[in-house]
Design a protein around this ligand. Structure first.
Ligand code: ADP
Length: 340
């Protein structure tokens, strides 16, 4: 196992006037044995960052270390990593066993040891009965487990996951998430996991790197990112529905944005902020209430109400009080968190 260190990493695609810089100096240290999720919207550069660790993209500037070694110029095969892709990348004409064994055969690992490692991985992933099947005879979830099995048998220093769950349906995604978590508990291999899905990030990460437009906006535990988002971007990207970001309302000074999550607004009998209800969404355990705060021109605001509270009607005025210790402040010009 090994730590991974990013030191002012830069990536440009193309050269000269057509060059397009997509990673703007990322520095971060992933601890040995840690599970770190890189999360952000489509196009923010998370796959590029992962692919530079894998050696599938050149590093334009800065350094990436795996353990003690700078890996910038090493071939993928020399990096002691194993990658799990979104599209599984299995060989269709090979059995499950051969798919899992292939990388080891190339490395000329003795056949007895290959059998042992494949059997162990198959056992961990409950693929034992499927070893002679071809990928087309498997469900999507099983194929993804084979792809993970192929990574496990290599006993790498580092696992790299590139949106491995995005081709699975919601139920299977949740189940596979738990399997990956268990796998990490059992094997403890340093892992980088890329996803655009903040729920996946929150549930899987020991720490997460939140990316936006090629920059790292925050690197922290799910608790830290939720409770102390470093920027308005992080505040609105992590948490669903997103944090309300309120400017120009009573009690908030010019140049500041007040952030309050929908679950931290309380409906009270009178006083507080007024919200004229426009829409109510019933989600089962809770209702999401939408409207403008403080008048028809006020900021669009979401309130999360428990299903057990009296449901408001469209057109009704609600009185809201924010939970004092859950209020966030941001600088309107920079988007940066203002520490209280
Ligand atoms: P993400 O994984 O967050 O969706 P990517 O890392 O795939 O984002 O892409 C980051 C940016 O780099 C995007 O603007 C994308 O268009 C650009 N990009 C990705 N691959 C290439 C490439 N091979 N050539 C040029 N630009 C690319």
């Amino acid at each position: 196992m090994a730590a991974i260190q990013f030191d002012n990493v830069i990536k440009r695609y193309g050269t000269g006037p057509r060059a397009n810089q997509v990673i703007h100096g990322v520095s971060a240290e992933v601890n040995d044995g840690e599970f770190v999720v890189i999360v952000g919207p489509s196009g923010c550069g998370k796959s590029t960052l992962l692919r530079m660790v894998a050696g599938l993209e050149e590093v334009t500037g800065g350094t990436i270390r795996i353990g003690e070694r700078v890996v910038n110029d090493l071939e993928p095969a020399e990096r002691d990593i194993a990658m799990v892709f979104q599209n599984y990348a299995l060989y269709p004409h090979m059995s499950v066993f051969d798919n899992m064994a292939y990388g080891l055969k190339i490395k000329k690992v003795p056949i007895d040891e290959i059998r042992q490692r494949v059997d162990k991985a198959a056992q961990i992933l409950e693929l034992g009965g499927l070893l002679q099947r071809k990928p087309r005879e498997l469900s999507g979830g099983q194929r993804q487990r084979v792809a993970m099995g192929r990574a496990i048998v290599r006993q790498p220093q580092v696992f790299l996951f590139d949106e491995p769950l995005s081709n699975l349906d919601a139920k299977l995604r949740a189940q596979t998430r738990l399997e990956i978590e268990k796998l990490h508990r059992d094997l403890g291999i340093t892992s980088l996991f890329v996803t655009h899905d903040q729920v996946e990030a929150m549930t899987l990460a020991e720490r997460m790197i939140v990316m936006n437009a090629g920059r790292m906006e925050q690197f922290g535990t799910p608790e830290e990112v939720y409770h102390r988002p470093a920027t308005t971007f992080v505040a609105s990207f992590i948490g669903a529905p997103p944090m309300n970001l309120l400017a120009g309302i009573e009690g908030v000074r010019d140049g500041a944005i007040l952030g309050i999550r929908p679950e931290h607004l309380r409906v009270v009998a009178s006083g507080g902020w007024q919200l004229v209800v426009q829409t109510v969404e019933m989600l089962g355990a809770e209702r999401l209430v939408y409207g403008h705060l403080g008048g028809p021109q006020g900021p669009w605001t979401i309130v999360r109400m428990a299903e057990t509270e009296a449901p408001p009607a469209a057109g009704q005025t609600l009185h809201l009080l924010p939970l004092e210790d859950r209020i966030h402040g941001f600088d309107a010009a920079t988007g940066l968190r203002i520490e209280a």
